[in-house]
Design a protein around this ligand. Structure first.
Ligand SMILES: NC(=O)c1ccc[n+]([C@@H]2O[C@H](COP(=O)([O-])OP(=O)(O)OC[C@H]3O[C@@H](n4cnc5c(N)ncnc54)[C@H](O)[C@@H]3O)[C@@H](O)[C@H]2O)c1
Length: 411
């Protein structure tokens, strides 16, 4: 994938006097809604294109309740070329959030992932080409990496301060190691950390950088990577500018409730809302980067501005979007229980083959090149989220009990 450096100049002013319309696909969703709010605050005229998927939204027949009246809402599916083309009239930039998200129920979901995410993106990019729109921000995901970054225990350097080195050089951050898939026997025995196959010593988790190997391990992940590849091909072919934002674990108000597609923060929060203890898989020490939805929205606005800059070196650029602080799944459950006055979490030792043990991001590239800084700390964000409203529940297998809840790897 093309991943050239972009120039580090000030982004285009968000308060330009030119008429500017931002299309947010999936703008009725969890992250899209936050982007819409941030874009309106920055003076954009905002259009939303969303199919209001029935497995995502509780029965909604038309314009979503609560959508800002300034938003031009278009109901339609990414796989409908005519509706997509119509939504692009007079649009300056596209912020593409629409996707079927999460791990899904089983492999029978594959055609739906491929249609919504891959075909939908191809249709969007073709329509943008026809309409002469050359600026795209794409919602990607940490799932494109497949597994976190690790290094040998003997390596030097601090995991937490890996942010200072964005060279991609393994040597300067210690020897990085790609662990093989974890074995059932190890997981059964509670040995959750990947080990160095040469020494048998557990590997140290490290921050993942954008140049890490890409290794999607499920259909959702492969569809997110395919979206990146499509955007790369589009930018090469048309000269358009594309920024892909690889979100890490996004949480915050408006998260969906306990659905087969939900992230771990929402699963814990939904359990607490039912008066039940959050059930934490493995030993709860899985490391993640939890990033607040308002910070993700701000990253999108910075990326939108960035696509206005000329970039002779290359037209596609990927960025991690994380808070830069490392927390464990257990931390999250404990803090949510605390701030909602709920029962303490239960660490179950359950596991799922294929789950990522640790994955945490370096978001240094985003800070340096797009001048973005997270504003919401873990403490503030989790405290607010513990009592914030979730999105209305839908009547699908969504209300499955937490013992069958999907685990922590969704993003
Ligand atoms: N939530 C996370 O932690 C996370 C992490 C990494 C990446 N992402 C990505 O961020 C984006 C937004 O995710 P979200 O968490 O807000 O999900 P969401 O389900 O809340 O929002 C997605 C929206 O897209 C719409 N949509 C889905 N398929 C569509 C289609 N074919 N046509 C039109 N609209 C369609 C849905 O109706 C929904 O409103 C997605 O691209 C997702 O892959 C999310």
């Amino acid at each position: 994938m093309s991943d050239h450096p972009t120039s580090v100049t000030q982004p285009a002013s968000a308060s330009s006097h030119e008429p500017r319309t931002l299309l947010v696909t999936g703008g009725a969703g969890f992250i899209g809604s936050a982007i819409v709010t941030a874009a309106l605050e920055q003076g954009w005229a905002v259009r939303v294109f969303d199919s209001l998927r029935p497995d995502v939204h509780a029965a909604q027949l038309g314009r979503p309740a609560g959508l800002d009246p300034r938003v031009d809402f278009r109901l339609g599916d990414m796989t409908d070329p005519a509706a997509v083309a119509d939504s692009l009239v007079d649009v300056t930039v596209v912020c593409h959030q629409a996707a079927k998200v999460g791990l899904g129920v089983d492999f029978l979901d594959a055609p739906d992932y491929v249609a919504s995410n891959e075909l939908g993106t191809a249709i969007l990019l073709a329509a943008m080409t026809t309409a002469g729109i050359d600026r795209l921000v794409l919602a990607s995901s940490m799932v494109v990496y497949g597994e976190g970054s690790y290094r040998r225990a003997s390596s030097t350097g601090s995991i937490e301060t890996g942010e200072t080195d964005d060279t991609g050089s393994a040597g300067s951050r210690g020897e990085t190691v790609r662990p093989p898939a974890r074995l059932v026997a190890d997981l059964e025995a509670g040995r959750f950390d990947p080990v160095d196959t040469e020494t048998g010593v557990p590997l140290e988790p490290a921050l993942i950088f954008e140049d890490a190997p890409l290794d999607p391990r499920n259909v959702y992940a492969s569809s997110k990577l395919s979206q990146e590849y499509l955007a790369t091909a589009w930018s090469r072919s048309t000269g358009g500018r594309a920024v892909a934002l690889r979100y890490h674990n996004v949480y915050g108000p408006g998260m969906p409730q306990n659905t087969p597609y939900a992230g771990v923060a929402s699963l814990f929060r939904s359990a607490l809302e039912r008066g039940e203890a959050p059930r934490v898989f493995e030993d709860g020490l899985q490391r993640r980067d939890f990033v607040h939805v308002r910070d993700v929205a701000a990253a999108n606005l910075a990326a939108i501005d960035n696509t206005a800059l000329p970039n002779p070196g290359g037209a596609f650029r990927a960025f991690n979007v994380g808070s830069g602080t490392v927390h464990t799944i257990g931390d999250l459950a404990t803090e949510l229980s605390r701030w909602s006055n709920g029962p303490a979490p239960v660490t179950t030792g359950e596991y799922r083959l294929g789950d990522v043990r640790h994955i945490t991001a370096s978001s240094e590239r985003l800070r340096l090149e797009l001048h973005w800084m997270p504003a919401v700390t873990f403490e503030q964000g989790v405290r607010e989220f513990a009592t914030a409203p979730l999105r209305a529940a839908v009547s699908t297998p969504s209300t499955a009990p937490p013992s069958t809840a999907l685990p922590s790897t969704h993003a």
